[in-house]
Design a protein around this ligand. Structure first.
Ligand code: FES
Ligand code: MG
Length: 576
């Protein structure tokens, strides 16, 4: 293996040149208190830290970054911490998805503009994984992804509670009047017990699993609970390994092949992944120059058994149990036959080598292939006259009776209008109705908020119903469940057919046939289209305006058009 020399490193152009600029960089480094022994001859490692005071999922990053630095120093590198946007899922409104691409742009430009040779990316809360990875892929320097790790299991009255999933479940019970306010308060105190990201197989756990399956993490990193000492040691290990990756010039284009993405999709399906994985993995693949389509995901879903028994697709367990059962390496070893084991990873070894011998310690948590939670069906991609470019449903998380369904639509044009109606106990809505929310897509939401698991109408909850068909151009939380058809593309806000649906129209859902249609004649649809007028723009200035100008539709991963690899000539190295 050839190794880079110090003079070949990118950072040497800043730090080692005998010119006026080099003088400036060195004198300013000395100003910060570093001595020459801290940097001379050493690779510079950027640590992109998405810590913030209001991101509980990344709360430990404030100290964990010191462990990454320790590893970088141990291996003879110079670590520099670069704070990056925190996209805290719980607090950021209207949705963190409005800012995933902002983080991606920030990550790319932080790496490009600074004197760095490689990066450790610290993320985990939903959008932080795709945002950081997309940006770092476009920057093109060697990098390792360090996942925040899941928080500990929730605990309440002797029961385990899962992030999101159980909050949704018990909120319906509260609205139905079957649990008390005191119980609800108890859950509020018990559901989130430590720092770390959501510990269900929601978007965070799905995306970190995808990052590891892609070969971007050190083995097992995505499953370690945030509060486990293994996570501290893993952080230092990332610091040590990135220094070697820089000398080896192990750039992401050598890791992120079409086969690596095929592996990541297979692993996602085996975990019963979040529906959000669809949008993010398509976007990440396109940054790497891999043309992954919704149809590729659907095909993989049909042939991949769901073997991770982790809520919400699984019934019983949470990420902490998944870690104790062997974690992602054990899951991947179990499905080795479905993976391209010759793919290179950040370890410098192949995926097959890194998972070799990983054992499953609990066959109920990580099931044998012959005894899956579901034989297939993590996700399904639907097409039809309501979604010409596709829509997504998670069959494993809905009542099977809705997989083939016809029912009358109740259509809402905005979330506030919907919310105002949901608690109306005199609402004459039947359990076969299809609840529709539109103008909630990438441009309409804006940012495609997680409104797609539309809360059950109180009138139906009181009758004992807990699921119904819901349809939107929104996303839903990866911790959600139910017969929710999501990501309808093109979205209604830009005139997709969902914009033409009316109250009382019959919607037909056929998941086995992968169809989503309104039973309305073509003539009638054409007449409605002719009469349709576009809604007013949501923004006249600022980030929202730029977002609306350049955001692509859900089936294309919601990247900005101008960030795509093939949009224009490559961005040059900065002049120094
Ligand atoms: Fe951060 Fe769920 S809120 S991962
Ligand atoms: Mg989430």
């Amino acid at each position: 293996m050839t190794r880079k020399t110090y003079e070949e490193l990118r950072s040497a152009r800043w730090m080692a040149t005998d010119d006026f600029r080099g003088f400036g960089h060195r004198s300013r480094t000395l100003q910060m208190g570093y001595g020459e022994e801290d940097w001379v001859g050493k690779p510079v490692v950027a640590i992109l830290n998405t810590w913030s005071d209001i991101n509980p999922c990344h709360q430990h990053f404030k100290s964990r970054v010191e462990d990454v630095k320790r590893g970088v120093f141990q291996a003879g590198g110079w670590p520099i911490e670069l704070p990056a946007l925190s996209v805290s899922e719980n607090y950021v409104k209207p949705t963190t998805m409005l800012y995933r691409n902002m983080l991606a742009m920030e990550a790319e430009e932080l790496i490009r503009s600074h004197p760095v040779d490689g990066a450790v990316l610290m993320g985990g809360c939903d959008k932080s994984t795709p945002g950081l990875v997309m940006g770092a892929v476009s920057a093109g320097l060697p990098f390792i992804y360090l996942p925040a790790g899941p928080m500990l299991r929730g605990n309440w009255q002797g029961k385990t509670l899962g992030s999101g999933s159980d909050a949704f479940k018990y909120w319906d019970e509260r609205r139905a009047g079957t649990i008390s306010e005191e119980d609800w308060k108890g859950m509020e105190r018990g559901i989130a017990r430590s720092y770390g990201h959501c510990m269900t197989m929601g978007t965070a756990s799905t995306m970190t699993a995808i990052a590891e399956a892609l070969g971007l993490c050190l083995p097992g990193a995505s499953s370690i609970p945030a509060a486990d000492a293994n996570h501290i040691r893993m952080s230092a290990e990332c610091g040590r390994r990135i220094v070697e990756m820089i000398w080896e010039d192990l750039t992401p284009d050598r890791i992120l092949t079409a086969e690596a993405f095929d592996n990541a999709v297979a692993v996602a399906m085996a975990t019963g992944c979040s529906t959000n994985a669809v949008v993010h993995i398509v976007a990440m693949a396109r940054r790497a120059g891999v043309g992954l389509s919704l149809d590729d995901l659907d095909a993989k879903s049909r042939t991949t058994p769901v073997i991770a028994n982790v809520r919400p697709a699984g019934k019983d367990y949470l990420m902490e149990d998944f870690f104790y059962a062997g974690g992602l390496p054990a899951l991947m070893e179990r499905m080795r036959g479905a993976l391209h084991t010759d793919c290179l990873t950040v370890t410098g070894r192949t995926l097959g080598e890194t998972i070799a011998g990983a054992r499953v310690w609990n066959d109920d948590v990580i099931r044998p292939l012959e005894n899956p939670i579901y034989p297939e069906g993590s996700l399904a991609v639907l097409k039809g006259n309501l979604a010409p470019s596709g829509a997504v449903i998670k069959p494993v998380a809905c009542d099977p009776k809705f997989l083939v369904h016809e029912g009358p639509a109740f259509v809402f044009d905005s979330y506030p209008a919907l919310k105002a109606k949901l608690d109306d106990e005199s609402w004459e809505i039947t359990p076969d109705a299809v609840l529709v929310l539109r103008n909630a897509g990438p441009k309409g939401g804006p940012g495609m908020p997680e409104w797609g698991m539309i809360p059950m109408p109180k009138a139906l909850l009181k009758q004992g119903h807990r699921d119904m068909v819901r349809l939107s151009d929104a996303r839903m939380s990866g911790t959600s469940f139910g017969a929710c058809v999501l990501h309808v593309a093109p979205e209604s806000y830009v005139g997709g057919p969902l914009a033409l649906l009316r109250d009382g129209d019959v919607v037909r859902l056929d998941v086995p046939g992968r169809r989503l249609d309104m039973l309305v004649s073509e003539e009638e649809i054409a007449a409605r289209r002719a009469a349709w007028t576009p809604p007013a723009p949501r923004y006249g200035r600022g980030w929202g305006w730029m977002f609306s100008e350049h955001i692509l539709q859900a089936d294309q991963g919601c990247d900005f058009d101008y960030l795509l690899t093939d949009f224009g000539p490559p961005v040059p190295e900065p002049d120094i």
